[in-house]
Design a protein around this ligand. Structure first.
Ligand SMILES: Nc1nc2c(ncn2[C@@H]2O[C@H](COP(=O)(O)OP(=O)(O)OP(=O)(O)O)[C@@H](O)[C@H]2O)c(=O)[nH]1
Ligand SMILES: [Mg+2]
Length: 256
């Protein structure tokens, strides 16, 4: 286990070979695992990749990704959070950080240091974002099936993730969503930060996603990307009746 000093997740310095740790967050079922599978398919010949999945009670996402057969099974590891997804990606990132570092150390040890580690959050609501202590950059994934107005609802992931993905655009005609309008609404909420309309069935959009990862890796390796915090989460209630109050400091109180 490497030293876990506070400086461990500071921006990489030029020449650093530490992997780019890339978070993928967003509401349940918006296509996070599928997006990771698509990215692995697009980039695995070019880069050494690893994946950490987060599920509350199972390793279902890791199983799905392994079943896709794109990466060696051992490159895909599951963290069973046992708690709300945002707890594991934001409030106490230790199990995830250990999983990422162990994966990195294991592959560096056999001479194939990882270039990118993708970390999938458990599906949550619009409020969950990664701590910059865990990932260098993060994508927030919405889908058209969640409704064209979701992009207008805001929240830290929509407003300030490094990339906002509007996923499953192939479904737009079936759910009556105007993708251009949804992207325009999202862009307006993001102050110029990038928005990508994506469908795994649209090769052009997949290529654009892969290009975004490549450019992020270049910035990371040059020490030119500073991980930023999309911001604290709003108080919110889960469907099972549990609620959480998050202070601006990110400390949070379990009210159930
Ligand atoms: N039509 C279409 N369906 C998609 C696309 N991407 C994902 N899906 C489907 O959307 C469903 C959910 O996809 P997942 O990748 O499991 O979503 P997720 O966000 O990882 O889900 P959780 O981890 O449970 O939150 C699956 O049935 C996918 O096949 C897409 O581009 N187009
Ligand atoms: Mg998933």
């Amino acid at each position: 286990m490497p030293d876990q000093t506070p400086s461990d997740n500071t921006p990489s310095t030029p020449g650093s070979t530490r992997s780019l740790r890339l978070g993928v967050a967003g509401p349940v079922g918006t296509g996070k695992s599928s997006l990771i599978a698509t990215l692995c398919r697009a980039l695995s010949a070019e880069f050494e990749l690893g994946v950490i999945t987060n599920d509350i009670y199972t390793d279902e996402d890791a199983r799905f990704l392994r079943s896709e057969g794109i990466l060696a099974e051992d490159r895909i590891r599951a963290v069973e959070t046992g708690a709300c997804p945002h707890t594991a990606i934001r409030d106490d990132v230790t199990p995830n950080l250990i999983a990422v570092e162990t994966l990195e150390v294991d592959y560096a040890g056999v001479g194939t240091p990882l270039d990118v580690v993708l970390v999938e959050s458990g599906g949550d609501n619009l409020t969950a974002t990664f701590s910059p202590a865990l990932v260098d950059a993060q994508l927030f994934v919405l889908d058209v099936a969640g409704g064209g107005d979701v992009a207008r609802k805001g929240g830290p992931g929509i407003a300030r993730a490094d990339l906002l993905v509007v996923n499953k655009t192939d479904l737009a005609p079936y759910v009556g969503v105007d993708v251009e309008q949804m992207v325009a609404d999202a862009s307006a909420a993001r102050d110029g930060r990038p928005v990508l309309a994506l469908s795994r069935t649209d090769p052009g959009s997949v290529a654009a996603l892969a290009d975004w990862v490549r450019s992020m890796l270049v910035l990371h390796r040059a020490g030119a990307h500073i991980p930023t915090d999309p911001g604290p989460m709003a108080p919110h209630t889960h469907a099972d009746g549990t609620s959480h109050i998050h202070a601006a400091s990110d400390g949070h109180v379990h009210a159930h």
